[in-house]
Design a protein around this ligand. Sequence first.
Ligand code: MSP
Length: 498
Amino acid sequence: MKNKFYITTAIAYTNGPPHIGHALEFLQADVIARYHRIMGDDTYFLTGTDEHGSTVVKAAEKNNKDVKIFVDEMAEKFKELTKAYNISNDAFIRTSDQIRHWPAAQKIWQALAGAGDLYKKNYEGLYCVGHEAFMKKSDLVDGICPLHKTEPEKIKEENWFFKLTKYKKEVKKKIESGEMKIVPETRKQEILNLIDDAEDVSFSRPSKDLKWGIPVPNDPEQIIYVWSDALVNYISALGYGGNEEKMDYWPADVHLVGKDILRFHAMIWPAMLLSAGLPLPKAIYVHGFITVDGEKMSKTIGNVVDPFRIIEKYGVDIVRYFLLREISSTEDGDFSEKKLEERYNGDLANGLGNLVQRILTLIDDKMDGELIYKEELISKEVKAKIEEKILAHKNHIENFTLHEALGNVWELISFADKYMDDRKPWAAIKHDEKEFLEIMTNLVAIIHNVAWLLQPFMPETAEKIEKIFGDDLSSKEIQENYKFIIKKGGVLFPRLNA
Ligand code: MSP
């Protein structure tokens, strides 16, 4: 029986086209999903779009488009983003999908109601459209939402409320005990500091004010609140409320989300699941925000990075490498083309590209393009280094420090460079053929492992290296007597034109 592994990203609002922050989240999840597939897990990777709520309606109005047409166009762009970034998601869920998603949102609603956890009350509050949430006065700075820089709307209406307070102790316990892991630790503490003060949450909006959404079962006057609708995507995509065909993937192993939406995932969602009698996700991984040239990305500043343009300019694996290496998985990080180009020239062209070139040239020139692998030629030092790097790789991916996983691969690349400079195979061949063969075998073993480790991060590059050396990446181990046959192609990372 294969181990099941289920990973999700947040589902993005279809209130505008994707930006580079969305691409980062897709990429982080993609690396983890690809890694688990390589490790042999039965992996399911979900992403999608969050298409209801006032922010989406307002964006459609601003664009003079019918909401349905607008969300269809935006959802298409997010799907295109998954293709452009070589994201290996198994499914794409849309909350406007009346066949797959709506029945699930309504079913969980009824489960919550059945548990006595929904009640109606008149409510007056400050609603931030950007957050799609009511805010406390204390959350505001001079009456303005500090994140969206807008004044929340005063709303007075009758809503359904969810008894979050009934579950907060139990959710807190699960977080504290690590039964529901929150990574990194600082985000776990952040939630533990908030959870005691959590109040019941508004779970619906009157349909007279907002028609675009899922009707509350048995109450046509009300629409399900966008968050209590959206969170359900993680199980609607598995068939909850329908044929349940993929529910054996539940509970999710990882919900990957940005820091701004942690409380919805670490408080409201688990409380909903407890109320509905479903198990909680095993872990929530929280990433930071991308800034651009040191500034928050915003339409007003005009510095929103178009993720498609960047890919067209540099190529998919280069952007994948840059975002995953430069930006710490759990912290904020900065995007700039200057830094991207520096990393390209340094780490890729002069680093990995140059190493591959040096080794392949030697095999081509001095070995008639072929090397037959013999395990006995692998030195203790190289073997130990490779094992150390494989273990560190696993730990970094499992602890959600993906940037360090890449740093770790580049340590192996630097090790190979130094090994080559110290052992000088070009000199060895002149006096000791056996020594030369030993050096080359060790270098090829390192290249094989570098490519193997790179697969989840830079799948196309790993495949190119595999082809260049006639390698076989289907297994981490190299078979005894495996024949590497060099196939010279173009340069892996040509120098960028200035
Ligand atoms: N629709 C909600 C999520 C519902 S999940 C059940 C939402 N959408 S969003 O489009 O605003 O954000 C989608 C994801 O992108 C979130 O995880 C969010 O944190 C992330 N990012 C939004 N801006 C970002 C950056 N500037 N940088 C990195 N990630 C960012 O929230």
